[in-house]
Design a binder for this molecule. Structure first.
Ligand SMILES: Nc1ncnc2c1ncn2[C@@H]1O[C@H](COP(=O)(O)OP(=O)(O)OP(=O)(O)O)[C@@H](O)[C@H]1O
Ligand SMILES: [Mg+2]
Length: 357
């Protein structure tokens, strides 16, 4: 069984190569933060970005779904597609974690347990029984056996919790993010969902350290693209003490992902602004900024959301959505008993970004 080393790592983490990459990663991240901070309705942005993150992050676990299925699962409580449902659960967990960190300004083991529970939709919690092993996906060979026993796992988690919340070591937060991710995956506190929970912790840590205000930077896609390096480098920290390559891998991911996310955020912002202008031109009588924001809150809407959001009658809300459909802004679909209106412009932007690998 593994003997997990307590944090902080003994090795020198801020090497020359790391410091060089660190400033590039910070620069890209700060640019993303700066742009995102200026956008008026942040929920639109967060919702759009997290749809793709939920999809990507779940895909590592081979939960494959399409945007179309996701839209149905999101808009309908009882939609019967387990894969899409899992993705929706991931997004719920992400939002929950974000709200907790924003409100409490700490990230604790209990919060992490809550997040994992929402991902897995079960209450198994911290592992109590032995038998969890990590295998090489291709060969099936056991590469690592994480610690077992609730007591030991909780002690390791409490050491990690302290490292997350107290900056006693004065190490740069982006470097610490890499350390935290390694340590969390190495403790592997749950029977399942450790990867997805760990990827949510990454973004929550950026929020906690105020490097981002909105949860919009996700390494999942980068990890999918570089999956074998990701697994190999995690393992090399353990077997060779190779912190430098691992930290560089994460820092490069942050730089690249921040640049890509900035482009996506700009695209989302453009489509919102362009649509606002077009609705104002084509349907001046029903135009309001609140209406536009509601249309973009998710990539679909329903009569009841407009009714409540604008405080109008059901009849008026329904008439608004019909006019928007007639003029081509929305496309409706009957799902079950309900009519759902898809914001096709936003859907296309999100879907297209989701398909770029
Ligand atoms: N050799 C290793 N050392 C430490 N952690 C590892 C190693 N190999 C894999 N992991 C971690 O374990 C995660 C998988 O664990 P688990 O199946 O519990 O999570 P998941 O969320 O269900 O899956 P996934 O991460 O594949 O989506 C990987 O994402 C990775 O972070
Ligand atoms: Mg799993």
């Amino acid at each position: 069984m593994a003997d997990v080393k307590l944090l902080p790592p003994e090795a020198e983490l801020e090497t020359k190569r790391v410091l060089k990459q660190l400033s590039r990663s910070h620069r890209a991240l700060a640019e993303l933060k700066g742009f995102a901070d200026m956008i008026p309705n942040k929920n639109i942005l967060i919702n759009a970005v997290t749809i793709n993150e939920a999809k990507d992050s779940s895909e590592i676990e081979n939960i494959i779904t399409t945007h179309d299925e996701l839209f149905k699962a999101m808009s309908q409580e009882n939609y019967n597609n387990p894969a899409a449902k899992e993705v929706v659960n991931y997004r719920t967990a992400l939002w929950h974690g974000y709200k907790l960190v924003k409100e409490k300004k700490i990230l604790t083991t209990n919060m992490i347990v809550e997040i994992q529970q929402l991902i897995e939709k079960n209450r198994a919690g911290i592992r109590k029984l032995p038998g969890t092993v990590l295998k090489n996906e291709a060969t099936g060979e056991v590469v690592y056996t994480p610690p077992s026993g609730e007591k030991e796992i909780l002690a390791l988690m409490s050491n990690l919790e302290k490292y997350i919340n107290d900056d006693y070591d004065n190490v740069d937060p982006l470097i610490k993010l890499a350390v935290i991710h390694y340590q969390f995956e190495t403790i592997h506190p749950f029977y399942d969902g450790n990867g997805r929970t760990g990827r949510i912790i990454n973004v929550l840590y950026l929020i906690l350290k105020e490097l981002l205000d909105s949860p919009i930077l996700y390494l999942s896609k980068y990890i999918i693209r570089n999956k074998s390096a990701y697994y190999r480098l995690l393992q090399e920290v353990r077997t060779k003490g190779n912190w430098e390559e691992w930290i560089l891998f994460i820092l490069e991911g942050i730089e690249l992902t921040a640049e890509e996310t900035l482009l996506l955020v700009k695209r989302i912002n453009n489509v919102v602004e362009k649509t606002a202008k077009d609705i104002k031109d084509v349907l001046p009588k029903i135009y309001s900024r609140e209406l536009v924001d509601l249309l973009f809150y998710e990539f679909y809407t329903k009569i009841v959301y407009i009714e409540k959001g604008l405080n109008v009658s059901r009849k008026t809300a329904s008439a608004y959505l019909s006019s928007l459909e007639e003029t081509g802004f929305l496309v409706s679909q009957k799902i079950g008993k309900e009519r759902i209106y898809l914001n096709t412009r936003l859907f296309e932007v999100v879907q297209q970004a989701g398909m770029e690998k």
